[in-house]
Write a protein that binds this ligand. Sequence first.
Ligand SMILES: [Fe+2]
Length: 413
Amino acid sequence: MKAIARKLPLAAAAAATLAGAACVAWLFTREGTVGLYQWTIWRGRLNAIMAAFAAPAALALAWLLARSRSRRAPGGAGAAPGRLERALGAATAALGLLVLAGAAALWIGLASIARQMSGPPPKLNLVDPVSGIAPDPRRGGSVLLSFSSDPHWGVDTANPGARLAVLRSVADLRPDAFFPLGDQVEQGMYEGPWREAAEAYASVLGGLPIRPLMGNHDSVIDGQAHFERFFFPDRSRSGTGSPLYYSIDAGPVRLFVVNLLWREESFGRAQRAWLDSSLAALPPGVEAVVLSHCFAYSSGYVDEETGLWWRDDPGVIAALSPILERNKVALHISGHNHYLELLEKNGVTYAVVGGMGGKPDPEPAYASPASVWRAPAGTFGRLDLLASAEGLRLAFVDRDGKLLREAAIPKRR
Ligand SMILES: [Fe+2]
């Protein structure tokens, strides 16, 4: 019994530390957690969790120190443990067991929440990157694509009426494919909003081809598991093995989807090399359009919660824009900021299309020097892209399909 009492504090502290480290390692290897930690108030919550996981090890050190002091005292080697040593040993064992149970419960709970499925996902006509998008013959070789972003199912601050209006206007247009560019839901770990989103896409768009992207909110605490079940059930059909970056042939253009969630932290070296080499290998005459959730250039504002700017992003610009510029990419389309904005920098056109019903961002306190046009804050809508042998034609339209702004991009390649 005495031997167990002697070993229990160390064993409990070691087990708690291992379980805590494994839980933290799991959390930070989920797509999007690094960005969640870097850019949001979740930094404090995650720091508190990590401090709690480290507490038994710190207490065990104090207990070992007290034990070695009492043994060094005159006559201490064979003496009974002192009051402080006994108290620290008992506290280490108790806290160790508590943290062990807490870490295991947190890990199992979070992993299982992100894997809950109440039934089969609604059937959608998901664009398969390997097969590409076949242009409608009635458009004579041109392809018509529609883009919007940030519907944020699952939060009261979003506007369901605006979201539905945008979807209905896309259904009326009948483009060759529709791309919601991320933040389908507010918090990706919960299944319900994903199901609502998929059901709305299925019922309003019918069999219209759709290719949703994953955004930063979608990724929250292993939200990628739900994203894949609802919107990318077969990774082998991405062509890269990743459901987060791939290319899609669409008549006279090739679309490149890249994984930019919060900022540039999810756009790693391998993905940058893939984008750069794939763009360089494009046959002459095929225009390149790059899609992502996060923007490079955008007018912006200071986030009330964190005090951080959400505007022209130096990290994304440094990581992405040189690749776009040297490969003569015609257009980059993103969401993330809830604006409709057209920008131009160093020969590349940038469009921000975060108008699909998420809470409108405030009127910008910062106007991007790259901005060409911006709809007033609070405008919901989408961007249509008509790609033909002559070049690209862009049309921003509001939630009811009313034209807001047109632009043309002559052939770049
Ligand atoms: Fe958003």
